[in-house]
Design a protein around this ligand. Structure first.
Ligand code: ADP
Length: 584
């Protein structure tokens, strides 16, 4: 199964740059506050250097002590206050940016062509909406601001060091090559490692969720062993990919730590030597050494957040990747000339080289009832998908009034053709909201009429809050038959002239089915109906019957004509009637 695309580095950079530019002024204000706070944090080391100097030269009067204590006190207070303000701004900014990213992501997910989602499986999407969003949230809320702040502190400390004594500062350079090369090495090998880690999570949640969703199939075909082997394989892969990145960290972190210790030791020795030989003051030697100790902290943070930023970057690549998927539908389209549905010489393949429809042609006149019958696997449901405009044929055309169904904007498509399947989903929200999905601008009156048309108003009036009653997993639970009625009422609202019925009532118990069938008949009235018939009495009642075998039309005509023909349909009909003597 192919995963959804992952954005390349260039796209991610462009995206990140646009985001920064958009929030530029807020970012600058936040960083200015942090810079002021960082300057306050530089004062104590300087003051301690001065105190040491006066102590060494026995000039430390109580007046000076008071002054320095006062400076320390005020600078600490200012540091605390400025940090507080800066941090508050950075959290607000982080939340704003994260909310924006999440909304953009949600929009691209909702705009994903159905075919792409099916191709990639739910696992990948699930992993992106959970793991990756969470990773990105950590990056945007904490890692990114902390990292920027740490860089700012490190740079300012470095500048202060050089201002105090460029000569003494030189010694700290010894650790630079170690930090630089080990970090470069780490990033070079760790980035692909983190990407692999993310992909392994996606594969793992994919296998688990697909096994859980298809639990019945897994049981029926005794695929349990095979699925657990697969899941174990996925877990092993994610274990090894985590081991790999952990190993990288295990080498890199201690290297960085040693580099810090080395820098402090050499600066202390070098500046001490300089002070002893009167090249610099004791104050400068003390202050510079303290700055080297102090700069360890931001550098350590820069380096350790890099880790999180890598994770964030690969998550962002996966989230932005979703928006890279080309929307397969234009926002505007040509209006069909009429309501005639036509399939012309249609070939279709789920996998290249394996056509399941082989040059099928079929025209359905407005108002006609057409039943499609045939053995299982013949391609009936595939015809349904194409007629509903979910996917386009590999070659040939599937059109309404001369316009290709798969090229129509969704809103327009829904007014022409709708697919009715046995899957009916209740969304979390009120009864009204569940219906308004089909027509957001619908008035209360229209919604009530739609519910009355499917005979559902009675039980809805009996609900605690009528149409405002909350449904879905957290609200009122409806029966499968009621859920089906709501789905039908949605159809009444969107009012397409053609319905493609696929096993519409097959999963319901017979008593509920009869009730739903009445609602269904109300919805079908006055529309073109293409029924993928699994029970032959539907075919018996249809205007025409189309027998599909191996992705092509074997027979086409009225029930009586086909029975008289004495071919495939006649034998299907005969065996069906023998099984159910009451049906004739
Ligand atoms: P029917 O509805 O007549 O039972 P389908 O249209 O579901 O037949 O399937 C026609 C053929 O296409 C079958 O061989 C089936 O295995 C194959 N097929 C259906 N769906 C998919 C899919 N998502 N991916 C690959 N092959 C598929």
């Amino acid at each position: 199964m192919s995963q959804l695309p992952i954005a390349d580095a260039q796209t991610v950079r462009t995206h990140a740059r646009a985001l920064v530019l958009q929030h530029r002024s807020k970012l600058v204000r936040m960083l200015s506050l942090y810079a002021l706070a960082a300057v306050m944090a530089l004062i104590p080391a300087y003051v301690i250097g001065e105190i040491t100097n006066f102590a060494a030269t026995r000039q430390l009067t109580s007046g000076r002590i008071d002054l320095y204590v006062g400076v320390l006190f005020v600078s600490s207070l200012l540091y605390a206050g400025l940090s507080f303000l800066a941090r508050r701004r950075s959290y607000i900014l982080g939340e704003t940016v994260f909310a924006q990213l999440r909304e953009e992501f949600l929009e691209s997910v909702l705009a994903l062509p159905l075919v792409e989602v099916e191709r990639a499986g739910t696992g990948d999407l699930l992993s992106r909406t959970t793991n990756d969003i969470e990773a990105l949230s950590r990056t945007v809320r904490f890692a990114m601001p902390e990292w920027l702040v740490a860089i700012l502190q490190a740079v300012l400390t470095l500048v202060a060091m050089v201002l105090v004594s460029p000569l003494a500062s030189i010694a700290s350079i010894v650790s630079l090559p170690i930090v630089f090369f080990s970090t470069r090495y780490y990033l070079h090998y760790a980035v692909p490692g983190y990407r692999r880690e993310r992909m392994s999570y996606a594969a793992m949640s994919g296998s688990v969720s697909e096994t859980a969703e298809g639990a019945r199939t897994v049981d029926a075909h005794r695929l349990g062993q095979r699925q657990s082997t697969r899941i174990e394989g996925d877990i092993r892969e994610s274990f090894y990919s985590e081991m790999y990145t952990m190993l990288m960290r295990m080498v890199w972190f201690p290297t960085i730590e040693s580099a810090f210790a080395l820098a402090v030791a050499t600066t202390l020795a070098w500046s001490g030597w300089l002070a002893l030989h009167h090249h610099i003051t004791i104050a400068a030697a003390t202050t510079v050494t303290l700055y080297v100790v102090q700069i360890n902290d931001p550098i350590d943070r820069i380096v350790s957040w890099l880790d999180e930023l890598q994770v964030g970057q690969s998550s962002l690549a996966r989230l932005v990747g979703v928006s890279v998927v080309r929307d397969d539908r234009p926002t505007q389209g040509v209006e069909p000339r009429n309501e005639t549905i036509a399939m012309k010489d249609v070939f279709y393949a789920y996998r290249p080289g394996h056509d399941v429809l082989n040059g099928l042609s079929l025209t359905v006149q407005p108002g006609e009832r057409l039943a499609i019958v045939g053995p299982s696997g013949a391609g009936k449901s595939t015809i349904g998908r194409l007629l509903a405009g979910i996917d386009a044929p590999r070659s040939g055309a599937v059109e309404v009034g001369g316009v290709a169904l798969a090229s129509m904007p969704l809103a327009m498509l829904r007014q022409h053709v709708a697919l009715v399947t046995q899957e009916h989903h209740i969304f979390i929200g009120s009864v009204r909201e569940n219906l308004a999905l089909a027509k957001p601008e619908a008035s209360d009156d229209e919604i009530v009429r739609a519910l009355e048309a499917v005979d559902a108003m009675e039980w809805i009036r009996a609900l605690p809050e009528g149409m405002r009653t909350e449904l879905g997993t957290t609200g009122h639970q409806v029966t499968p038959a009621q859920a089906q009625q709501l789905a039908l009422a949605r159809l009444v609202l969107s009012n397409p002239h053609t319905l493609v019925l696929d096993e519409a009532t097959a999963l319901l118990d017979p008593r509920a089915a009869r009730h739903v069938e009445r609602s269904l008949n109300a919805v079908l009235r006055g529309r073109t109906v293409i029924a993928i018939a699994h029970r032959l009495h539907t075919a018996h009642d249809a205007d025409r019957v189309c027998v599909v075998i191996n992705g092509a039309i074997a027979e086409l005509g009225t029930h009586d004509e086909l029975v008289a023909l004495n071919g495939e349909y006649a034998s299907l009909w005969a065996s069906w009637r023998n099984e159910r003597p009451e049906a004739s």
